[in-house]
Design a protein around this ligand. Structure first.
Ligand SMILES: Nc1ncnc2c1ncn2[C@@H]1O[C@H](COP(=O)(O)OP(=O)(O)O)[C@@H](O)[C@H]1O
Ligand SMILES: [Mg+2]
Length: 320
């Protein structure tokens, strides 16, 4: 059996009192394209640094291809693009890529690395003259020049505008079409959905969800129904609502209720029958951002309840 590209086992990292990564178990098989999704401070960069052996875990282990991450890196099997990784300002783009190529055993030709990053036309440009998006592409060329099997990218499109982001992910498809493994951190939900086969959501250093984009979106999709009831009837309404069909969660602030439902038509008909005094009814799409916030909230709202089928998807887990 071949070892997975990445295996993190009971991995934790704290910086003094800050628990950046907490008991993460994660296996990423060869050929997978995985998004590590989470808000700022969720522990994405720390997790990737640990996976690359750039930082030592407080407890637990990180392996690449079944061994020490540094061995895989020395062998040129891993390319990385990290947050804030600096390039020498006075070199040209081609010189930069050639310098990195020179330390690897079987690098790509420099031209090909530039081509893959879509910056062949910038070969002679000095690094100090590059725009933010161009600099990201130059860093991508550096990451791929060793012709790695595994690419680890920390927020690779951070400085790019919408169009450059799309171009970047389209050019990445060429890399993954060849069966290579990609793990990238992002806080853009749409980017994870567009490019990854699997989305691992980190919240406060823990894995809070892990599934295909479709599974993650099944948690995330649905509609919200908001309404009010007369203050004398709130308790009766609160008792009856969880039994209505389609309901996934219920949030109550005094006499204002918010439901998330899989089927707003069905729920609304039943709601009007069960709670005839419901008024000021609003129905809105439950966005990926709403679900993301709910999943990654450090402590769920006291009256935010989740129906059991929220966690029905095979790999979808909710940390408690
Ligand atoms: N070198 C460090 N020293 C102290 N705290 C750190 C250090 N690196 C990261 N942290 C903290 O660990 C947490 C996770 O950070 P990070 O992994 O960078 O998150 P993300 O990449 O998801 O934004 C944050 O609270 C951050 O402030
Ligand atoms: Mg980060």
């Amino acid at each position: 059996m071949t070892a997975p590209a990445i295996r993190l086992t009971a991995l934790s990292k704290h910086f003094g009192a800050v628990h950046a990564v907490v008991d993460v178990d994660l296996q990423i098989d060869r050929g997978e394209v995985v998004a590590l999704l989470g808000p700022n401070g969720a522990g994405k960069s720390t997790t990737l640094d640990l996976a690359l052996g750039l930082s030592h875990p407080s407890t637990g282990t990180a392996h690449l291809f079944g061994g020490d991450p540094r061995a895989a890196i020395v062998d040129g099997r891993v390319g990385a693009m990290l947050q804030g990784g600096a390039l020498l300002p006075d070199l040209t783009v081609a010189q930069t890529v050639a310098l990195v190529a020179s330390v690897h055993r079987a690098p790509l030709p420099v031209d090909e690395a530039l081509e893959r990053a879509g910056i062949r036309d910038l070969a002679a440009r000095r690094v100090s003259k590059l725009s933010g998006g161009q600099l990201q592409r130059a860093r991508f060329a550096v990451a791929v020049v060793s012709d790695p099997e595994l690419l680890i990218l920390d927020e690779p499109t951070a400085a790019m505008d919408v169009e450059s982001r799309r171009d970047f992910w389209l050019s990445m498809r060429q890399f993954t079409a060849e069966g290579r493994t990609v793990v990238f951190a992002t806080h853009y939900l749409d980017e994870a959905d567009f490019f990854a086969d699997r989305i691992v959501i980190l919240g406060a250093g823990r894995v809070v969800a892990d599934g295909t984009p479709a599974e993650v979106k099944s948690v995330v999709s649905g509609r919200m129904i908001r309404f009010e009831v007369d203050s004398g009837e709130t308790d009766a309404a609160a008792a009856g609502i969880p039994q209505l069909p389609g309901i996934r969660s219920l949030d109550r602030r005094t006499d204002r209720f918010t439901l998330v439902t899989d089927d707003s038509d069905l729920t609304l008909r039943a709601l009007l029958a069960a709670v005839p005094t419901a008024r000021d009814i609003e129905i809105t799409a439950h966005t990926m951002d709403d679900a993301f916030l709910a999943l990654t909230a450090e402590a769920p709202l006291p009256h935010f309840t989740k129906a059991p089928h929220l966690t029905k998807a095979p790999h979808l887990t909710k940390a408690v």
